[in-house]
Every structure is written in structure tokens, then in C-alpha cells.
Design a protein around this ligand. Structure first.
Ligand SMILES: [Zn+2]
Length: 93
């Protein structure tokens, strides 16, 4: 019993330490698709998708697939809109 209490206490502490970053309210959007569909022929052509739209519900694998162009979310440009400190996420050219 004593042991268990100690573990719980420890968990609580580490939780508090890491809470700093996870408490930041931040909205992440995924905009233009930047997948190069012509990479295999040495060219550059994107599909023109303007904004990532999840094909499925959050938590499923299709939530990472764009419903519009079918590419993985990683191909879409990530834009962070943070409250307070924005770490230079919005870089316009
Ligand atoms: Zn795409």
C-alpha cells in the first residue's frame, strides 16, 4: 500500500512538470497540399488541393488522409495558430 502511494505521488509530479507545454492552446491547420506528383519524372506538380480535409474521424487512420486529394496529411503545409507565443510558425516567404 505504501509503495502504491509513492508511485501515485511521483506520477502527479511529473505530470505537472510536463503540463506546461501541453496546456498551451494551439490550433493546427493544414493548408495547401505540397505533394509533388511529378517527382518520379523529375518535374514538379502539385494537385492544387488548398486545404486538408480529414477523410475520417479523429483517431482512425483515414483522419490523416485528405478527403479532397487523397494525400497523407504530412503533405499539407502545417500552420500553427497559437495563443500567446507563436514560435514563428507563420512564415510568409
Ligand atoms: Zn494532395
Amino acid at each position: 500500500m505504501k509503495k502504491r502511494q509513492m508511485v501515485l505521488r511521483r506520477n502527479d509530479q511529473s505530470h505537472r512538470n510536463s503540463a506546461n507545454s501541453s496546456l498551451l492552446v494551439r490550433t493546427v491547420r493544414y493548408v495547401e497540399c505540397q505533394k509533388n506528383h511529378a517527382a518520379n519524372v523529375g518535374g514538379y506538380a502539385v494537385d492544387g488541393c488548398r486545404e486538408f480535409l480529414a477523410a475520417g474521424e479523429e483517431g482512425t487512420s483515414s483522419a490523416l488522409t485528405c478527403a479532397a486529394c487523397g494525400c497523407h496529411r504530412n503533405f499539407h503545409r502545417r500552420v500553427e495558430e497559437g495563443e500567446g507565443e507563436a514560435e514563428g510558425a507563420v512564415g510568409f516567404e
